[in-house]
Every structure is written in structure tokens, then in C-alpha cells.
Design a protein around this ligand. Structure first.
Ligand SMILES: [Zn+2]
Ligand SMILES: [Zn+2]
Length: 339
């Protein structure tokens, strides 16, 4: 089974073909997130450069699904993580990828290489233990009623996981339910070091966090991110919350414009120069003279639906097997071999 990965779109793709691999120059990773940066990346498989109608080019990598997964597991997780965590991740990344191949989100290829789909950084961070985890779970996918599950995951739930409709369509997905997770509350520094790649360790306060903006700062951020002039923001009113507490309808009140926005990702994008850790937060206002400040006190990092990566890492380090980790975060599912 082969997967087509759209790695990069640029005015002109710069690359170097080697004997069995190729190197792409200046690949941007973590687009829009706080770890946004550029690097050169080396890939196995075949490279195709597509010319787009708008005079840009897209680099598309066709690669065996299992080889793609070895890189994804190495890219998403520090490959020194507990083996059971790597195996759990191999299964959900494989399941997710097979679903994405059936329902592509992109024109002309199955998945992109960034966090929008799954982080895929080629051979650079490839690690023997990630490869072992993929090989030992070869072909295994998570299923519900015989169909491959859409296995969503994120960094840290913050104490409770979220349901599907808070993040995406208004449907019930039976294996994405809200479960209590105490595992991610206070992971040891050792577990964190193992689980997070170097650049993710710049972030430490993701279970419980707080962000403060003056009304002026917040108004500027929202104007820039939304393209709409709300005037001065005078209130943020959470209208609807999901099962974990994540807001999926937020009323933004300004002196010139008022609007209700959702769902969780849009809220996170509009309320931060990059992206707020999560939409699970309380809003407090404090005033000083004629100006006031918004304080957002929140929990978790990511949309919260499906597997909590930090929680799963703690479970694995406490000796839980990957099957147990998967059934904890995706209730009522079964492991099967993909056809
Ligand atoms: Zn994508
Ligand atoms: Zn958790």
C-alpha cells in the first residue's frame, strides 16, 4: 500500500536527488504554531514535482505506507519513548492514514506532511525503536464495527477528553467519547523528555495555563487573525462547551462588531497570535483605570478528542500495554489487520 504525501508548496521547489533518497530545501514545519520553523529534510521513496495553476510547485512523495509510518512515529514522538506508546501511536497513525487515503483532505495527494495531517519529517529523525514499533504492529488498525477508526490525537487533554462535535461535524462518533484522564496531570520530567521532541519542550505549562491580554492587544490579535474590525473588544462570552469544557461557541463582543464563532480550532486561532493551547478556558476581566485586561485560564493542549499523547506516555511508562492504552482513549474499539 502506497501513500502520497504533499510535503511542500513553494514558488520553486529546491531539491537534491541522491542515490536512494532526495533532499528538500527549506521545508516549513509547524505552520501557524509556536514551533513554526524551516529546515532541510531528506526523504525515501519517489519525488514528483507538480506545477500548480498559480505558478507555485508542490513536492509530492510517494512512499510505502509502513515506511511513511516509521517516519511519522519518529517525527511525532521522541523515539526513546516507552515501546508500548510507540506501538499505540503506530496503530492510530496507520488507522488515520488509511482513512485519509479513503477520504483525502487535499487535492492531488492523500496527506500533507505537517501537523494539519500528521507530522512527517522524512529520514532525519528516523529511529530504530520507531521502526520496531511499526514492524511489530504491522498492518494493525483500530476498528469499530469492522470499519477503520478515524483516530484523532493531540498533546494533552488537561484532565478530560472531548467529543467529536466540539471539534468537527455535528455527529456522534461512538469511539470518541469524553473520558477522564488523570495520567497527564503531572507527568515526570523524565516522561516529558522522552515523549516530546526537542522543540516541543519549549512548552511546559500545557496542562494548566494562563494567558493575559490587554483589551488593546486582544483587539489587535482578533483584527489580524479574523480580518474583521471588531473595534475594541469588550467581552468574550463562552456560549457552548463540550464534554471536557472546551468552548465551541464563543461570543466576541466589540465596540464596532459582535460575532459568535466556533468551533474549537477557530476560537484558538482567533484568540492568539499563533494558536491558543486549547479552547478549554475561563475568561476573567480585570480593570485598571479606564483600561482592562482579559485573563484566559485554560487546560490542555490540542482539540482533546481521542488519544492524549502525554497521558498515553504515562500509561505506557506505568506498564500498560498498547492495547489497553488504545481501548482507554478509544472505547469500544477492536484491533484488526487492515486488508
Ligand atoms: Zn493535511
Ligand atoms: Zn490526558
Amino acid at each position: 500500500m502506497y501513500i502520497r504525501v504533499g510535503i511542500l508548496t513553494a514558488p520553486k521547489i529546491e531539491f537534491e536527488q541522491r542515490e536512494h533518497t532526495f533532499v528538500l530545501k527549506n521545508v516549513r514545519i509547524g505552520i501557524g504554531f509556536h514551533w513554526d520553523r524551516h529546515e532541510d529534510q531528506e526523504f525515501a521513496g519517489r519525488l514528483e514535482i507538480r506545477d500548480n495553476a498559480d505558478d507555485t510547485q508542490t513536492a509530492i512523495n510517494t512512499i510505502d505506507l509502513e515506511d511513511y509510518l516509521c517516519s511519522v512515529i519518529s517525527s511525532e514522538m521522541n523515539a526513546n519513548s516507552p515501546m508500548e506508546l510507540l506501538k499505540a501511536h503506530a496503530v492510530i497513525s496507520r488507522s488515520w492514514a488509511i482513512r485519509a487515503m479513503e477520504h483525502p483532505n487535499h487535492e492531488g495527494y492523500d496527506v500533507c506532511a505537517d501537523d494539519h495531517c500528521q507530522r512527517y519529517e522524512g529520514l532525519r529523525r528516523m529511529n530504530d525503536r520507531a521502526v520496531q514499533a511499526v514492524r511489530e504492529t504491522a498492518g494493525q488498525v483500530l476498528t469499530y464495527n469492522g470499519a477503520v477508526c478515524d483516530c484523532r490525537y493531540y498533546k494533552c487533554c488537561g484532565g478530560k477528553t472531548e467529543v467529536w462535535r466540539t471539534c468537527w461535524e455535528d455527529i456522534d462518533v461512538p469511539y470518541i467519547q469524553s473520558v477522564t484522564c488523570d495520567y497527564c496531570k503531572s507527568p515526570s520530567p523524565k516522561v516529558l523528555r522522552l515523549v516530546l521532541n526537542d522543540y516541543d519542550q519549549e512548552t511546559k505549562d500545557f496542562h494548566d495555563w494562563r494567558v493575559s491580554y490587554t483589551a488593546e492587544e486582544l483587539s489587535d490579535i482578533i483584527r489580524t487573525k479574523s480580518g474583521i474590525d471588531f473595534g475594541t473588544i469588550t467581552d468574550l462570552i463562552p456560549l457552548k462547551r463540550g464534554a471536557s469544557g472546551r468552548i465551541y461557541e464563543l461570543k466576541i463582543v466589540g465596540t464596532k462588531h459582535t460575532e459568535i464563532i466556533g468551533k474549537e480550532l477557530k476560537i484558538r486561532l482567533w484568540l492568539s497570535p499563533t494558536c491558543l493551547y486549547s479552547s478549554w478556558f475561563e475568561v476573567e476581566k480585570s480593570s485598571h483605570l479606564s483600561s482592562f485586561t482579559f485573563h484566559l485560564s485554560g487546560h490542555g493542549w490540542g482539540h482533546g478528542a481521542g488519544l492524549c499523547q502525554i497521558g498515553a506516555a504515562v500509561m505506557a511508562s506505568e506498564g500498560h500495554r498498547y492495547e489497553e492504552i488504545l481501548s482507554y482513549y478509544y472505547p469500544n474499539t477492536q484491533l484488526m489487520i487492515a486488508d
